[in-house]
Write a protein that binds this ligand. Structure first.
Ligand code: GCB
Length: 563
């Protein structure tokens, strides 16, 4: 599905603003988008269900249109009621969903209610720490008991839109540039468009740059190919976007596309046929007061800092981000590893029902983000209990689901397993295109001993490569540093220790020709559940939570200007 767009033939109403939140039959104001946990102290640890309410006005001429109600993301389980009638529901965080409300919107005033609950679930999403002591992963003993290391924010966290289109309309667009030949500057752009039943038989115009095609639709799918000589390829240095415009009699849609290829072999990842080394971070979409929510100044600031520090990529750990993030990455030339909302998966998830849900989430993520040139890799999960025998079939199926949807990008799973200890043998990593691992030498292990940690890391990485013979991407490493704490000789939690560990780890890994990237954990400090390891925040940020540089930021800026 294409996402809502305002243009000559499409109209959208943006429902962001102050809504009412009903908590134990009393209303109070609440901001949308945002999380309830940070707006009210008494709701900080509440899971709901709470009812969000708002009204909106629709003039008569618009009420006859095709109308869809679009939620960019709600955390998590929710039911949607329009004028008292239940019109839809959704059960996964961080992914857009939409409800067809054609014929249900009145001309005049309408009432929208969304009942939202953010309950942590053992074996579900968002994942809760299992009570038994038998599991091997998780952040034990934390409150709230999330099985992951970031605060489980609830609420309508991203924009809510209503889009009005003609009934004869464009439903979806697929763009594939993978057969382009960068060395000849030859762009091959395959386009597939899906239209509604009402649009079958209409003439369609597809324009790409200066080129134009006119096609009469004979069924719901239209396919075409543009061959561009002397094409301007999308790259880190020149993230050029071509507007692809699709027009029907009473509908139109413009998508900014990038012509680029992604490929990989036993040792390297290539963008447009040239090796690329991933310099960047795992991060979070998180900020004080806002909690988790779409906040435009923060996005601009984060991209500005990514450029300032000479990074070229980030991972949307541990969930898909707002699409505006991907738009900016397209425009600014930053590479994205797009991660499904699958963090904290344990043995309790390894059953056919949960597998089906996870497959569906992956399909939804790829469906929404498939046309972004900045997205170069799909990650199906972060740090699952992948040394458990039942992980094998589960993750093989997730790999196949992603690969079936998109054969042009590598599919990965981010593992903390497969470290030298036999008990951590990963049973699923072998199915994935690139070996992605998180490693905390000099922090969780070899605490306070950077040099010994580095020796162990080198041995671990060499063994990993010998076992897998695939490119290795170190997706996390790092150390907590409390901003303002200094110590010589470097001690854990000081800015000096973090700077030394990060720099030495990168320099070591740069020597291995099968390492395709090193992502520091994390971009900025972020809030976590309460536990003895976390003084309110996870302090592994290279920037503070309010985006000021720690010592390591200056070190990275220099280092990354050289590589
Ligand atoms: C990890 C997780 C990340 C945590 C990080 C840490 O491996 O993927 O979510 O925040 O470690 O700081 O422990």
């Amino acid at each position: 599905m294409v996402r809502p767009q305002r243009n000559k033939k499409r109209f959208i109403l943006i429902l962001n603003g102050v809504w009412n939140l009903e908590v134990t039959s009393k209303d109070r104001p609440i901001a949308v988008p945002g999380s309830w946990n940070e707006q009210y102290q008494d709701l900080c640890y509440e899971e709901g269900p709470f009812t969000y309410k708002t009204t909106f006005y629709v003039p008569k001429e618009l009420s006859q249109k095709h109308i869809r109600l679009y939620f960019a993301a709600v955390n998590t389980d929710c039911e949607v009621f329009l004028n008292g009638e239940k019109v839809g529901e959704n059960h996964i965080e961080y992914l857009p969903f939409e409800v067809d409300v054609t014929g249900k919107v009145k001309s005049g005033e309408n009432e929208l209610r969304v009942v939202v609950e953010n309950r942590l679930k053992v074996g579900g999403f968002p994942s809760k720490v299992p009570d038994s002591g038998t599991h091997t992963v998780g952040f034990f003993g934390s409150f709230p008991p999330a099985n992951f290391d970031f605060f489980p924010y609830g609420g309508i966290i991203r924009p809510v839109l209503i889009e009005f289109t003609d009934h004869a309309r464009i439903l979806d667009i697929w763009v594939d540039t993978s057969e382009s030949e960068p060395e000849k500057k030859l762009g091959k752009v395959k386009v597939k468009i899906e239209v509604s039943e009402e649009a079958v038989g209409q003439e369609m115009t597809i324009k790409l740059g200066e080129e134009e095609k006119k096609i009469r639709t004979s069924n719901r799918f239209v396919e075409g190919e543009f061959i561009l000589e002397n094409a301007r390829f999308w790259s880190l240095e020149d993230p050029y976007l071509y507007p692809l415009k699709v027009e029907l009699e009473k509908d139109e849609y413009t998508l900014d596309i990038g012509i680029r290829t992604i490929s990989w072999d036993e040792k390297r990842l290539y963008l447009n046929g040239k090796p690329v080394f991933l310099k960047g971070f795992g991060k979070h979409e998180e900020f004080p007061v806002l909690g988790q929510g779409t906040f435009y100044p923060l996005m601009i600031k984060d991209f500005n800092l990514l450029k300032w520090i000479n990074a070229n990529s980030f991972r949307t750990s541990h969930y898909p981000y707002s699409e505006e993030w991907l738009d900016l990455a397209d425009r600014l030339g930053i590479l994205v590893i797009d991660e499904a909302p699958h963090v904290g998966i344990t043995r309790y998830h390894y059953n056919p029902e949960t597998q089906k849900i996870a497959e569906d989430n992956i399909r939804r993520m790829i469906d929404r983000h498939k046309n972004h040139p900045s997205v170069i890799m799909w990650s199906v999960a972060n740090e699952p209990e992948s040394n458990h025998p039942d992980a094998e079939g589960f993750f093989k199926a997730l790999y196949e689901t992603a690969n079936e949807m998109d054969r042009t990008r590598p599919v990965v799973m981010v593992s903390m397993m497969d470290a030298p200890d036999e008990r951590t043998r990963d049973v699923a990593l072998k199915y994935f295109d690139i070996v992605c691992v998180n490693r905390y030498y000099g922090w969780y292990i070899y605490q306070g001993r950077i040099e010994e940690g580095l020796q162990a890391l080198e041995k671990d990485i060499e063994e990993l490569y010998a076992r897998h013979r695939k490119p290795i991407f170190v997706t996390e490493f790092g150390a907590d540093a409390i901003a303002g704490i200094h110590y010589d000789p470097p001690q854990m939690f000081s800015e000096e220790y973090q700077a030394e560990l990060v720099e030495k780890t990168i320099r070591l890994l740069l020597k291995k020709d099968y390492i395709i990237g090193t992502h520091v954990w994390a971009f900025a400090d972020f809030k976590t559940p309460q536990n003895v390891r976390r003084p309110i925040l996870n302090h592994k940020g290279v920037f503070t939570r309010d985006r000021q540089p720690k010592l390591v930021a200056h070190v990275l800026r220099r280092l990354w200007s050289e590589v």
